[in-house]
Ligand binder design. Structure first.
Ligand code: 13P
Length: 205
């Protein structure tokens, strides 16, 4: 994929995610990494008007190669995940409301739906709070995502990863779906998690 194609894809998924209400205002950020360069959304630019040309191209150390805006204030979080997980080439950070509510409760989303196993690896763990904009946000996420493809960031939001934005995006959708259904189920009474023995079978272990 060329840098121009990466810019187009990051922009397309940013707009789509905004329209799906995975984030509000200018919150959230997305990136693609080709092993050398990261294409990331700019900080604080409204998604309604964003264009591929507004995307910022940086190195993992923050050196800006292209861009008329500053990169997302969370570029260090993205870089920390790419550094720690070489299999990852796409990241989405959302503030999707049901899942972020769990992050505010400082509670993980338990394994309540079968889709959570193939798409997310199981439950959605909670990464410890870290100051926004610091590398620690990414490092805390990496700690809980050893066998997961998404996590909650305490009092902050959601992070999902993939080998493409299509994959990171569908995972962000499933995190929000699980959180929403879990919230509804909790309002009905106690929830029942899928027993670990079945989760293991679904993981193929
Ligand atoms: P940026 O606009 O800088 O990407 O910040 C949004 C956000 O969600 C911070 O966590």
């Amino acid at each position: 994929m060329t840098i121009e194609e990466m810019k187009q894809e990051v922009c397309d998924y940013a707009k789509q995610s905004y329209n799906e209400k995975l984030f509000a205002g200018t919150s959230g950020n997305l990136s693609l990494f080709d092993g050398e360069n990261m294409v990331i959304t700019p900080t604080s630019v409204p998604y309604e008007t964003i264009t591929p040309d507004d995307m910022v191209v940086i190195k993992l150390d923050g050196t800006v190669l292209e861009g008329k805006y500053q990169p997302s204030s969370e570029w260090r979080m993205h870089a920390a995940v790419y550094e720690a997980k070489p299999e990852v080439s796409a990241i989405i950070h959302t503030h999707s409301p049901y899942a972020t509510a769990f992050a505010v409760n400082n509670k993980k989303i338990p394994t309540i739906l079968i889709e959570m196993v193939p798409f997310l690896g199981g439950d959605v763990p909670l990464a410890k709070f870290a100051v926004p904009g610091t590398k620690e946000v990414g490092l805390e996420a990496v700690k809980v995502m050893e066998e997961r493809t998404g996590c909650l960031l305490a009092n902050h939001g959601v992070l999902t990863v993939g080998n493409s934005l299509a994959q990171a995006h569908i995972r962000a959708i499933y995190v929000e779906d699980a959180a929403k259904i879990c919230s509804l189920a909790l309002s009905n009474g106690d929830i029942v998690e899928i027993p670990e023995e079945y989760v293991a079978v679904m993981r193929g272990k």
